[in-house]
Design a protein around this ligand. Structure first.
Ligand code: PAF
Length: 280
């Protein structure tokens, strides 16, 4: 696997593959790679001839007082995992390579970026959309893969690609879970072992709500209220629990068929998110 730190090196590598008629997949990450990321790389290998992985802890998607400084940076381990995974290129730029100091342009998917996680993390999705748009412009992949775990992020990115006519296919890849049901996340590393056991209740809350809907319960507000209570009793400080339409993340009503349950909650100091998609 080739490792590059500059935009021009990454463009050179991609250009050579392109002139040989090869297709390119991009897996954008912030590093501290776990089984969920490696699944993205695996799926990427099925979709294109060459796989580029980016590792960039993007400062613009972290708010004041969030964990940008302490976000786990595990460069050597990540490189070893990627080598074994069969990725072709690791693009690992410095902040100064990605952002010029007087940058004036922000990509903002309005509305969607202000709901749910966007309400608690103002500016977060603008940071995500801007950096992903930049990565698309740098690598110019045919396909890019993102985890379904960050469902709102995936919806923001799909909307941006549609609205800006960016020629890239966006693929959502199934969440990888621990045996307990806890969705894999780099932030799980912040949990104490006691918290890690309790954290599995986040997924349980989603399963209970899904089962209630599938059993025919029609008061979605009541289901959401019970889920928030369940999380509180399990020791979380819930942020939101929302029954939404899969396509645009607006609140679902009882006639909607394709649903996604979105939730975020704090356990101790750690903010966790999870979701569950299903058809009614
Ligand atoms: O999901 C992530 O790791 C990040 O939000 C992403 C998509 C790499 C953008 O920085």
């Amino acid at each position: 696997m080739q490792i590059v730190n500059t935009i021009s090196e990454s463009r050179d590598a991609v250009r050579a593959w392109r002139s040989a008629g090869q297709s390119i997949a991009l897996v954008p990450t912030m590093g501290n790679l776990h089984a969920g990321h490696l699944k993205l790389v695996n799926e990427a290998k099925k979709k294109a001839d060459r796989v580029v992985v980016s590792i960039f802890v993007n400062p613009t998607q972290f708010g004041i007082g969030e964990d940008f400084e302490t976000y786990p940076r595990t460069e050597r381990e990540d490189q070893e995992k990627l080598n074994d995974s069969g990725a072709d290129l690791l693009f690992q730029p410095a902040v100064s390579e990605v952002y010029t100091q007087d940058a004036k342009t922000v990509v903002s998917v309005t509305g969607l970026s202000e709901w749910y996680c966007g309400a608690s993390r103002p500016g977060h999705f603008n940071g995500v959309a801007t950096v992903v748009c930049k990565l698309f412009n740098i690598v110019q992949p045919d396909v890019a893969l993102f985890g379904l775990k960050d469902f709102q992020q995936l919806t923001v990115i799909r909307t941006m690609v549609r609205d800006l006519n960016i020629p890239v296919d966006i693929v959502g890849v199934e969440t990888v879970r621990e045996a307990s049901g806890l969705a894999m996340s780099s932030r799980n590393g912040y949990l104490t072992s006691e918290e890690k056991t309790a954290a599995a209740k986040l997924y349980q809350s989603l399963c209970v709500a899904r089962d209630a809907i599938l059993a025919g319960q029609q008061s979605y507000e009541e289901i959401e209220r019970k889920a928030l209570l369940f999380l509180q009793e399990a020791g979380f400080q819930p942020d939101y629990f929302s029954i939404c339409r899969t396509n645009d993340l607006k609140k679902a009503d009882v006639d909607d068929v394709e649903l996604v349950l979105l939730t975020a909650a704090k356990l101790g100091k750690t903010r966790l998110i999870d979701n569950l998609c299903f058809s009614r």
